[in-house]
Write a protein that binds this ligand. Structure first.
Ligand code: G6P
Ligand code: ZN
Length: 583
């Protein structure tokens, strides 16, 4: 057995290591600077205190993007030197973000050990490769992202760090083969266990969903299916779950081989970036050669996001979570005893609110960022939650879960078609959504993203909107002067959230303009970019009248969009005449 020595390495603070909405994300060229990753990892260990690290089992894996393999070896060596007892690595360093959460919560090691946290190596939906993004975040023993208290401490530590610890003579560990490699250090044995990336996650999914009924649907000749992993880590799960377990055709998988650079693409499951799937589903500019599948879905790089599509039909993420909540008890065994409550992020449409009201469920509106749901779930207050940013999930783990969302939709389809698979006409994704709108009303919804805007200009635009809020009469004058078909602004504020569990307050979570008819305009700065600023504009309008629920959404929202651009002086501040992405 190799005996390793612990070296104390001198270092100095490096600027800009403040974790964003979801960990530290920077260009690879920033991460490869000497001591950059080391400083952040040691600052994390120091923030967690020695009791949580010494003798602990930690997970280290991610979406497999460029630089992951080097980063894993660095973290293994530093963990050994900091007294960690064992590191768990998914084969080839691959674990989706939801799988890391599941592994921390559920996995029992060969010697009965359990993990107390883990590093997830991903920049989520940002592109990968030598010139693109890398990222790292720490998840706690509940399987969820470290709370702000910890990430603030990590950041403080990065500003004063003087040294880190490294097991310098520890050889690189082979992470391509399942098995345990053991070493001997000054404090005893240190193990690296490489395990199958999909097993634990699959086991959890089987305990939640009725795989037999989904298999019946997927193997029915009437139902066609397509899944696009956008070359992200979801590919490591898709074949195993959809093809091997659920009998989908292998040809239904697109881009399901994980690649370090995501094939040069932008691994974000939306109508702009999931081009191949969008075309196949009949939503592209030209008609596909073959009849589009009945159901299509895509995931982002680390497989926590999802996009759900029907044949020639887009399901907004805000509708998706509302529809899952409305059908969960009947269609998904895990929820058969009822939902504890539901939650959405502030900019997500109010479709979920209407379902919660109908079904008399506890309801929460939290700031953007999955971590806010975790506290509610730990307190047993929330079963299903979702965000407009293509995140949907439940209290089975403490991250959003892209494959879970697909299985939830397949369960609903299987349930609605239970009697129907041999019959005439399939109940489609579009039927389910339109039926939902008929029952609950429709929330027309769109998001405009202005990416890589000058950070100063973005700040000024936001400051101007806050200033404008002080005079609603001035706001209404502008609105009325433009469009008589837009209702009155009755309230405007900066969203602020007091966590009902720990009492912590999060301020400046987005600027809201709320209209008399339930419409909303929301402006927010993205917390996940790695360069410049991204301004997000969220536009929403509620329509209860069944005769008006089938309009084209961009058309229905055009008046509100016009008002939003004028109120924010978007072009004046940013120089942009059009958004980078519309979803
Ligand atoms: C990540 C988080 C989500 C959040 C999203 C917002 O994906 O996990 O919970 O909704 O970022 O991103 P933004 O760029 O709008 O800050
Ligand atoms: Zn992600």
């Amino acid at each position: 057995m190799v005996v390793f020595k612990v070296a104390r390495v001198e270092t100095t603070p490096i600027d800009g290591q403040k974790p964003g909405t979801s960990g530290l994300r920077k260009k690879v060229k920033v991460f490869v600077q000497p001591n950059y990753l080391e400083n952040f990892v040691q600052s994390t260990f120091n923030a967690l205190t020695p009791e949580k690290i010494r003798g602990a089992t930690l997970v280290v894996s991610g979406d497999g993007r460029y630089y992951s393999k080097d980063a894993i070896q660095i973290i293994i060596k530093m963990s050994a030197a900091n007294g960690v007892r064992r590191i768990w690595v998914g084969q080839n360093g691959l674990l989706s973000t939801p799988a890391v959460s599941a592994v921390i919560r559920e996995r029992v090691g060969i010697d009965g050990s359990r993990a107390s946290g883990g590093f997830i190596l991903t920049a989520s939906h940002n592109p990968g490769g030598p010139h693109e993004d890398f990222g790292i975040k720490y998840n706690m023993e509940n399987g969820g992202p470290a709370p702000e208290g910890i990430t603030d401490k990590i950041y403080e530590n990065t500003k004063t760090i003087k040294e880190y610890f490294n097991a310098e003579n520890l050889p690189d560990v082979d992470i391509s083969t399942v098995g345990v490699t053991s070493f001997q250090g000054p404090e005893g044995q240190f193990d690296v266990e490489v395990f199958d990336s999909a097993n634990d996650y699959l086991k959890l999914m089987k305990s939640i969903f009725d795989f037999d009924s989904i298999r019946k649907l997927l193997s029915s000749s009437k139902f066609t299916f397509c899944y696009d992993a956008l070359h992200g880590v979801a590919g490591a799960y898709a074949k195993r779950i959809f093809v091997e377990e659920l009998d989908a055709q292998e040809s239904s998988l697109l881009n399901c081989t994980p690649k370090e650079d995501f094939g040069g693409g932008h691994p974000d499951p939306n109508l702009t970036y999931a081009k191949e799937l969008v075309a196949r589903m009949g939503l592209g500019k030209s008609n596909p050669q073959d009849e589009p599948p009945e159901f299509g879905a895509a995931a982002d790089g680390d497989a926590d996001r999802n996009m759900i599509l029907g044949k020639r039909f887009f399901v907004t993420p805000s509708d998706s979570v509302a529809i899952i909540a409305a059908n969960a008890v009947e269609a998904i065994p895990y929820f058969s005893a009822g939902l504890k409550g539901v939650a959405r992020s502030m900019p997500t449409s109010a479709a979920l609110d209407v379902v919660a009201k109908h079904l008399n469920l506890k309801f929460f509106e939290v700031p953007t960022g999955w971590k806010f749901f975790g506290n509610l779930m730990d307190a047993g207050l929330c079963s299903v939650c979702g965000e407009e940013s293509f995140g949907t999930g439940s209290d089975h783990i403490r991250e959003k879960d892209g494959i879970w969302a697909v299985l939830a939709w397949l369960s609903i389809l299987a349930h609605k078609n239970k009697e129907n698979l041999g019959g005439e006409k399939l109940v489609t994704v579009e039927d389910i959504v339109r039926q939902h709108w008929t029952t609950y009303g429709r929330h027309y919804y769109t998001r405009y993203d202005y990416e890589n805007v000058d950070a100063g200009a973005a700040k000024e635009l936001m400051a101007c909107l806050v200033e404008l809020q002080s005079s609603l009469s001035e706001v209404n004058e502008i609105v009325k002067g433009m469009r008589s078909d837009v209702s009155k602004v009755v309230h405007a504020d900066e969203f602020e959230y007091k966590d009902p569990i720990d009492g912590s307050v999060s301020k400046h979570q987005g600027i809201r303009y709320l209209f008399e008819d339930g419409s909303r305009l929301i402006f927010r700065l993205s917390g996940t970019g790695s360069e410049g600023a991204t301004i997000r504009l969220y536009i929403e309008q509620y329509e209860k009248d069944p005769s008006k629920i089938n309009r084209d959404s961009q058309e229905a929202l055009a008046p509100l969009v016009e008002v939003a651009l004028k109120l924010s002086k978007m072009q004046e501040f940013t120089g942009r005449t059009a958004p980078t992405v519309i979803t």
